[in-house]
Design a binder for this molecule. Structure first.
Ligand code: ADE
Length: 247
């Protein structure tokens, strides 16, 4: 997977993503992160990329021309780096977009190329958005100062679904949000800490019982903490019986 990020702060993107699991995945060539500076495409002699909004109002608006020329450059990079001739999706980070979630992360992880457009100031001239953007995405109902953090959040969440990125291929399958369930609690050594003991079943070595306990914990946690998700869980007969007995 090749990620292309159109931004005014390329260092923020590169520094934010070159550590830990994503950094290792880059070293292993499982993915590439390419941050492209929109300012490099301005034709303004003062290198401005923004101007006052027509109609007045607070703040500045990013101009169409540098964003569009940056995008055209990204298109040539994609064509040079990839055999896939399908037009890459262009994701615009905006609080008015569709809310990002685990299903979207999984779906996007199957693309060969993804382009992120990070806005700043009060927004970007709508004409260029209409020309290039395929998806408008928000990471939640709050307003950030720019699209860089959302792009990094999404790249992290998407990358975890690319085969080989996580050491253990099953760990993306059993974690929180899979099947609309929250993940069960985890414990490690020591067996007793501050007087608190690890649940006996986890020390039993009995795999079927451990699986059962984990499923039950996931069900209880999801019912209590995320009733919205719990409504969507496909409950088995055993699940229903357990939940009935543990109201
Ligand atoms: N830009 C500013 N706030 C944002 C948000 N919540 N999600 C995505 N992009 C944003």
């Amino acid at each position: 997977m090749n990620f292309y990020i159109m931004t005014l702060f390329p260092d923020m993107i590169m520094n934010g993503l070159n550590t830990s699991i994503i950094g290792k995945a880059m070293e292993k060539n499982l993915l590439s992160i390419n941050a492209i500076d929109i300012r490099d495409f301005t034709t303004d002699k003062h290198r401005h990329v923004d101007d006052y909004p027509y109609g007045g109002g607070a703040g500045m608006v990013m101009q169409a021309q540098p964003v569009y020329d940056c995008y055209k450059h990204v298109e040539t990079l994609i064509n040079e780096n990839s055999e896939n001739t399908k037009k890459a999706r262009v994701l615009f980070m905006t609080p008015t977009g569709r809310t990002f979630n685990q299903d979207m992360a999984k779906e996007l992880s199957t693309e060969d190329n993804l382009v992120f457009l990070c806005g700043h100031y009060e927004g970007i001239d709508k004409r260029v958005l209409d020309k290039i953007v395929t998806d408008e995405v928000s990471i939640g109902d709050f307003v950030l100062t720019g699209g860089e953090l959302p792009a990094m959040v999404m790249i992290d969440a998407i990358s975890r679904h690319i085969p080989g990125v996580l050491n253990n291929d099953v760990s993306a399958e059993t974690e929180t949000f899979t099947d609309n369930l929250l993940e069960y609690p985890q414990y490690t050594r020591p067996e007793v800490w501050e007087g608190e003991k690890v649940p006996d079943v986890l020390l039993s070595g009995h795999h079927a019982n451990i699986e059962k306990w984990r499923r039950e914990q996931s069900l209880l946690l999801t019912r209590e903490l995320r009733p919205d998700l719990f409504e969507k869980v496909e409950l088995t007969k055993k699940d229903k019986k357990f939940l009935e007995e543990n109201k």
